[in-house]
Design a protein around this ligand. Structure first.
Ligand code: SF4
Length: 250
């Protein structure tokens, strides 16, 4: 299995200090203030990670209001819906984002660990590791802070999210942590933002094609992800130590 880069203790403590400072300064702010604060602190060492999924337009619009040049990392696992790639292009154009980077798994890694492209059938944790965790970790080299659109109302391990947290030597920024479903819907309507085309087919949270299903009324938004499995996160939001535990089955 490909080893992830070693973690340097010193940078870990720097990230803790940075997250603590940012939280004291901007932790009570609006999503725009949180993004603006992170950009002021990190400059070009700050990126957004977006799946260009069902609600991604909101965070991308919030960020574009602050800076259209912010690097946006988009993980193309090779298993996405074609609609997602087209939505990436549409949204990038509409918002005027100038630095959207498509990240892909390493071909050699896939050749060795998923030669038939069907690892997801037997082991979704390993598949996510090679197609998401490793490529993102590699793409984040050189960045000290990164933001995503996770929200507390999505439940599970997300229910206690702060605006700023330290993880694996970087600061993870969650500008929309405190927004509820109604806030998201109201923002989309207010700004006339496009929805991912699969939303109208009942997809509430959209990831890879083999592991995403529509949800029924009353189900949580993320109920259609890895349906029927004891898995709720792909791993990019887990620490490297947590990923190791998941992969070893402990
Ligand atoms: Fe593989 Fe499914 Fe994870 Fe995508 S979501 S990387 S297909 S296991």
């Amino acid at each position: 299995m490909t080893a992830l880069p070693a973690i340097k203790d010193a940078s870990y403590f720097d990230a803790l200090d940075a997250a603590s400072y940012l939280d004291s300064r901007y932790g009570e702010g609006t999503p725009q203030k949180v993004i603006d604060g992170a950009l002021k602190y990190f400059g070009r060492r700050f990126a957004l990670v977006s799946s260009f999924g069902s609600e991604s337009a909101v965070l991308l619009h919030l960020a574009a209001e602050v800076s259209k040049d912010i690097p946006v990392l988009f993980l193309d696992t090779g298993k996405l819906f074609g609609e997602t790639r087209r939505f990436r292009d549409e949204l990038t154009d509409k918002l005027g984002l100038t630095d959207v980077r498509t990240i892909k798994p390493d071909e050699n890694d896939l050749h060795t660990n998923d030669p038939k492209g069907n690892l997801w059938v037997s082991d979704t944790n390993k598949c996510c590791y090679f197609r998401k965790v490793v490529p993102l970790d590699s793409a984040l080299q050189g960045f000290e802070g990164w933001a995503s659109g996770r929200k507390r109302f999505q439940g599970g391990v997300r229910s206690l999210l702060p605006h700023f947290e330290a993880s694996d030597g970087r600061v993870k920024v969650n500008p929309m942590a405190f927004w509820n479903k109604e806030d998201v819907t109201a923002y989309i309507e207010k700004h006339g933002l496009p929805r991912h085309p699969l939303v109208e087919q009942g997809f509430a949270s959209i990831g890879c094609m083999p592991c995403t299903e529509p949800v029924s009324e009353g189900e949580s938004d993320r109920a259609g992800r890895w349906k029927g499995q004891n898995k709720t996160e792909c791993g990019i939001h887990l620490s490297l130590a947590e990923n190791s535990r998941v992969l070893s089955g402990n």
